[in-house]
Write a protein that binds this ligand. Structure first.
Ligand code: GLU
Length: 316
């Protein structure tokens, strides 16, 4: 069993529970340029920059454009511009280099790192070619609830397909329990082999998956603390297992924050057309008004009083 009972105190010398910060740990803001940033991203940015500043962390900006079919350069340009307008400045991707591009970590520039990582897993016989379509998987496991991923039943694990049959690869996740201490939600236990089965790391078109790309990036960019919405909580156990398989001795610590939801309880999303920050800006809202509103809706302050990016540290 993997036990990741890590607090920020033990984790990197930083002090989370105590009242004085020790600097030096690294976190990331990692939006996918599949649409414009909305209030949900802003809640994430408030947590990332606020906690980093409060407890002595550094913020790395990572553009998560592994899904080349949905990401667009104009969304990347827009998110960089939105962040600058809001006043959230990453420590790695300085404002002066903001627009120049090369210092922004971008997953589409990282293919070599993912290829090296998969080769290392292949050497340990931890990945195998998988020819199953989604339909094959559903046929094997039966229907799944709306929005749920079916658990991969391991069909191709022992079939020994030649690597030339498909580009799709899965990583073997042994049936172990992963425990970790979420820095907001407390002790968590997950068994990824039961929840999702062997994870797809690359699909049949050769596209890297979110689970794999993010775990390689968190290792290579030396991310100590992952701060993200609680919709991603169920991904954490599998990312910890993949991180260990990739030779990372200690997985990051995790802080999963509350999400903004629509009145019907759905999380905000670009795909569903929720109002973007730039539309709100065009309608006359100031950056401080938007940040204050997002902080209020996330329960971080009692009123929607405007607050600047430089002051979000006061919310923590
Ligand atoms: N790129 C993901 C998103 O925009 C975040 C992934 C993560 O924080 O692990 O939702």
């Amino acid at each position: 069993m993997h036990d990741e009972h890590v607090t920020l105190q033990q984790h990197s010398g930083a002090l989370f529970g105590d009242r004085f910060p020790v600097s030096g740990w690294r976190t990331r803001f990692a939006p996918a340029p599949t649409g414009y940033l909305h209030l949900g991203h802003l809640v994430n940015a408030i947590h990332v920059w606020g906690l980093a500043e409060r407890y002595g962390g550094f913020v790395v900006l990572r553009v998560e454009d592994h899904d080349l079919t949905r990401c667009r350069p104009e969304y990347e340009a827009a998110l960089l511009e939105d962040l600058e307008w809001l006043g959230f400045v990453p420590h790695e991707a300085s404002v002066s280099s903001f627009r120049a591009g090369p210092t922004v970590y971008r997953q589409s520039d990282n293919g070599h790192a993912y290829r090296e990582a998969i080769t290392a897993l292949e050497k340990q016989r931890l990945v195998y070619p998988c020819t199953c379509s989604r339909r094959d998987i559903l046929r094997a496991v039966g229907p799944v609830a709306e929005g749920e991923e079916p658990r991969y039943p391991g069909t191709c694990r022992t079939l020994g397909h030649p690597s030339t049959d498909t580009r799709a690869r899965r990583v073997i996740l042994e049936p172990e329990r992963v425990s970790f201490q979420d820095l907001r939600l407390g002790p968590q236990e997950q068994t990824p082999a039961n929840d999702c089965g062997d994870v797809l790391v690359c699909d049949r078109f050769g596209h890297w998956t979110y689970q794999f790309a993010v775990t390689v990036d968190d290792r290579d960019q030396r991310i100590d603390v992952v701060i993200r919405g609680e919709d991603l909580l169920s991904s954490t156990g599998r990312q910890i297992l993949i991180a260990h398989a990739l030779g990372r001795a200690r997985a990051p610590a995790y802080f999963h924050h509350t999400l903004l939801r629509t009145p019907e309880g759905r999380k905000l999303s670009k795909a569903a057309g929720d109002t973007s920050l730039r539309e709100l800006r065009a309608a006359g809202a100031s950056a401080a008004q938007l940040i204050g509103n997002a902080a209020f809706r996330a329960g971080l302050q009692p009123t929607p009083a405007p607050i600047s990016a430089a002051d979000v540290v006061r919310l923590f």
